[in-house]
Ligand binder design. Structure first.
Ligand SMILES: [Fe+2]
Length: 150
């Protein structure tokens, strides 16, 4: 016999309840908990009321223009099989206390993500179609947040 977990009961209750929320989350939106640091991405849109540590999670808005000394905007170049992405125009630090946690690309209904560790180079290559359009490249710095290049 499988015991029902508390989460399973909560999910069923939420699914069954009529949602009166006027605002919905958007596909690929990223939310962060200001208490514990959890970061989640929306893979199915629902009520805009994500909660963690008993507080509403904050929607992260990607910065699209450089700010400050360090460079964060992903630099995208076409390669033979797809694209190469480097963070940023001057390579971003990859130290234990300050580094790029991941780089992702959204294209043609797919999202590809590479997680990085301190000491790695902030560079990845993804195979995508040569004629791809509407490519969105994002990266997350553990100190300076979410950045995007379109
Ligand atoms: Fe940074």
């Amino acid at each position: 016999m499988i015991a029902k977990t508390e989460e399973a009961v909560d999910t069923k209750t939420t699914t069954d309840a009529a949602c009166n929320c006027k605002e919905k989350t958007g596909l690929y939106e990223i939310y962060k908990c200001s208490i514990c640091g959890n970061i989640v991405e929306v893979i199915h849109s629902g009520a805009k009321s994500l909660v963690c540590c008993k507080k509403p999670m904050e929607l992260m808005t990607a910065k699209t223009e450089e700010q400050g000394r360090e460079k964060h905007l992903p630099v995208v170049e076409k390669t033979e099989h797809g694209i190469s992405i480097k963070v940023g125009s001057v390579e971003h630090p990859m130290e234990a206390k300050h580094y790029i946690e991941w780089i992702s690309v959204i294209v043609d209904g797919k999202e590809l993500r590479k997680f990085l560790n301190p000491g790695d180079k902030p560079v990845v290559e993804f195979g995508i179609p040569k004629d791809a359009t509407g490519v969105v490249v994002r990266e997350y710095c553990n100190i300076h947040g979410l950045w995007a290049t379109k």
